[in-house]
Design a protein around this ligand. Structure first.
Ligand SMILES: [Fe+2]
Ligand SMILES: [Fe+2]
Length: 265
């Protein structure tokens, strides 16, 4: 069993497709993740299931890999005592979770924006470009920079988990570039394709961070590190042009009002 715990989850799933289905039943989304280079034991540790659930999961995986054999299921080592499913965050992590809320409000509006979008109209193009500005200024420069320049430095950036998160940030930048190029060319299909792909990417990315990455990081940070992180985040907030952030907040609010009004009409 040790041998499979130390194997990339994708390889395990390729050998034993049922394992992917079992993981999904425990809301561990390794099959849709597509990267799958995290080790099976890390996947189990990161998700921090309550004891009983973890034992149940491991027993089912063992039965799948060694049908008919009596296998002793190893307990996956982890730091921290909090094994409940309830999500609690330290103050710096809470700050990042709160920043996700504004990003989620914008990506929730994307289908409505696209439905009403006319590639030929200046107003339509302007709205999409402001959306790209939001992605670049708020989601990327303000929020992702806190993760990349500060938070992730406390961990091994070469770990599969962080590499996956960083790849998502890079993909997001690629979509933002592709959207603004498509606006220039009045290419409606390109705009729809990349805005929807960005929406899907960020929806999954934020879910992974809120539910898995940040709680795992919290379990692995010392009290001193948590305090240091919080003050460094506050320094970033104070050094950021407040007007730029307010513009992003009012952009989301304006789009919400515009579409709510249209629904009421
Ligand atoms: Fe991120
Ligand atoms: Fe994030």
């Amino acid at each position: 069993m040790e041998q499979y715990l130390n194997m990339a989850v994708k390889e395990v799933i390729t050998k034993f497709p049922e394992v992917g289905k079992i993981l999904e039943e425990y809301e561990i989304g390794c099959v849709p993740c597509g990267v799958g280079s995290c080790l099976l034991k890390d996947v189990v540790e990161i998700h921090n299931l309550p004891d009983e659930e973890e034992q149940g999961l491991m027993a089912r995986i063992a039965r799948e890999i060694y049908p008919g054999l009596e296998i002793t299921v190893p307990r996956v080592e982890r730091k921290g005592k909090n094994r409940s499913k309830e999500l609690k965050y330290s103050p710096p992590m809470k700050k990042l979770v709160d920043e996700h809320v504004l990003i989620k409000r914008w990506i929730a509006l994307i289908p409505q924006v696209l439905e009403a979008f006319n590639a030929e109209s200046t107003e339509g193009a302007q709205l999409v470009l402001e959306g790209v500005n939001f992605i670049r200024s708020y989601a990327d420069r303000f929020h992702h920079a806190k993760e990349e320049d500060i938070l992730f430095k406390y961990f091994d950036e070469n770990s599969e988990l962080l590499k996956t998160m960083l790849e998502d940030h890079v993909k997001g930048r690629g979509h933002a570039k592709a959207i603004s190029e498509a606006v220039e060319k009045k290419d409606r299909e390109g705009i729809v394709e990349h805005l929807m792909a960005y929406r899907e990417l960020l929806t999954e990315h934020i879910k992974k961070e809120d539910e898995i990455l940040y709680p795992w990081m919290d379990r692995n940070l010392s009290v001193t590190q948590v305090g240091e992180l919080f003050s460094r985040f506050i320094e970033v907030d104070e050094a950021t042009d407040r007007k730029g952030i307010e513009r992003c907040e009012s952009f989301v609010l304006e789009v919400e009002k515009k579409f709510q009004k249209e629904v009421i009409k």
